[in-house]
Design a protein around this ligand. Structure first.
Ligand SMILES: Cc1cc2nc3c(=O)[nH]c(=O)nc-3n(C[C@H](O)[C@H](O)[C@H](O)COP(=O)(O)OP(=O)(O)OC[C@H]3O[C@@H](n4cnc5c(N)ncnc54)[C@H](O)[C@@H]3O)c2cc1C
Length: 371
């Protein structure tokens, strides 16, 4: 309950101890480094607060797992349209707190697109309800999206309202091998993607593998499959088997979601048209990495064995930015964060957590090629 979390927060302020909102505890080592080992943890409860299938909206306690959420919505033919990295035991509060990305998400949606409202207990113990339970509800400063991806630095999320989607009748992942070099296929993939969520997986010494998710009714899903096939015919592309045996959440996309706990994981982003240069920069900084390119977003997820010199490799990669290829690099797992945030970030932090008792900020490096 929010009141229990508020009480824990007020006690923490009084004793000047550090508090961390947690969920199932499956990814506590990811994202930011938190203040110290002696912090208290607060886990919001699980359970449905309100579900109106006709409105495609559900409000749950933040400790509800994705698996529990799916079990409640499935009988009404509905789903949360993302299945993030990690496991179905992840809690919805943590998925919002980390703004967790999801590979091959339905219609390329992110949790920021789906979260409508939150209840948050700030670092002063105030219980704040932000957003609402309808799709159009944002007026003024958007505190829902401010807390989404804040990694619990501005408050402990206790309740979450999310938009749901109808489960598509067909849900297939089509795979294929890309034979040409990225310089050839990146532009073509962007031009041919239509409404297809696509990812390209590049492991060292293996040919690049395309994954495209085709969803909808039978006619739409097969039209999308045809689109991938015609792309294959024109681009020296071998079409692999479709993962038709199960929904994308439990088939190929589930394999893409697995990341070893001890890996260094980065997400880098540039202009989509610079995707090939981004791949080449990532490859030269991290030769042993597996790369997962999202061609339409111009982002690549880099998963590489952690080394003692992880920070130096990250710094070298960030330095590969140029005025023509600006880079935004987020360390998702496995490297030390930079200690200092910008002035605006620190002012926001002070407003919600004046005593500095909540999780620290996440690590973000930005390089515009001019620094
Ligand atoms: C880009 C990216 C990559 C990821 N990759 C992986 C991966 O490879 N493997 C994996 O297992 N998970 C991964 N995750 C995390 C995963 O997607 C979920 O976010 C996570 O699994 C949530 O599970 P949990 O409930 O166990 O969270 P926890 O491990 O309990 O918490 C995760 C983080 O969220 C904060 N938090 C949790 N609940 C709250 C709350 N109610 N209020 C405020 N802050 C809170 C915690 O302090 C912690 O920093 C990734 C997340 C991101 C953003």
């Amino acid at each position: 309950m929010s009141t229990d979390v508020a009480r824990a927060m007020t006690d923490a302020v009084a004793s000047r101890s550090v508090v961390r909102g947690i969920g199932s505890g499956t990814w506590l080592f990811g994202g930011p480094v938190v203040n110290d080992a002696a912090m208290a943890t607060v886990r919001p409860p699980s359970g449905v607060i309100e579900y109106t299938p006709g409105d495609l909206v559900i409000t749950v306690h933040a400790g509800t797992t994705l698996h529990e959420l799916s079990a409640v919505c499935a009988p009404s033919g509905q789903m949360l349209a993302i299945a993030p990295y990690g496991s179905p035991t992840s809690t919805i509060g943590a998925v919002v707190a980390t703004a967790s990305a999801a590979p091959l998400s339905y219609d390329d949606l992110t949790i920021r697109d789906l979260v409508l409202g939150l209840t948050v207990v700030t670092g002063t113990g105030d219980v704040v309800r932000v957003g609402g339970k309808v799709v159009k509800n944002v007026a003024g400063f958007d505190l829902v999206r401010l807390n989404t991806g804040a990694f619990g630095t501005l408050g402990v999320i206790t309740e979450v309202s999310v938009r749901l989607h109808a489960k598509p009748i067909m849900d297939h992942v089509v795979t294929g091998t890309l034979i040409d070099a990225p310089e050839v296929w990146v532009h073509r993939l962007i031009a041919n993607r239509a409404p297809l969520p696509m990812l390209v997986r590049m492991a060292p010494g293996e040919p690049a593998q395309l994954f495209a998710r085709c969803t909808g009714n039978e006619a739409r899903a097969s039209a999308l499959r045809g689109l991938v096939q015609s792309f294959g015919a024109r681009n020296a592309f071998t079409l692999g088997p479709s993962d038709t045996s199960s929904a994308a959440e439990s088939g190929s996309a589930a394999a893409l979601r697995h990341v070893p706990d001890d890996a260094l994981v980065l997400r880098a982003r540039t202009k989509p048209s610079d995707g090939a240069s981004l791949i080449s920069a990532a490859r030269s900084a991290f030769p042993d990495a597996t790369l997962l390119l999202h061609p339409a977003r111009g982002s690549v997820r880099i998963t590489t064995p952690a080394t003692a010199h992880a920070d130096a490799h990250v710094a070298a990669f960030v330095a590969s930015a140029s005025p023509s290829m600006p880079l935004s690099v987020v360390v998702e797992q496995g490297a030390a964060p930079r200690p200092q945030g910008g002035a605006l970030e620190l002012a926001v932090k002070r407003a919600f957590d004046p005593h500095g008792i909540l999780n620290r900020r996440r690590t973000e490096y930005r390089a515009m090629g001019t620094e």
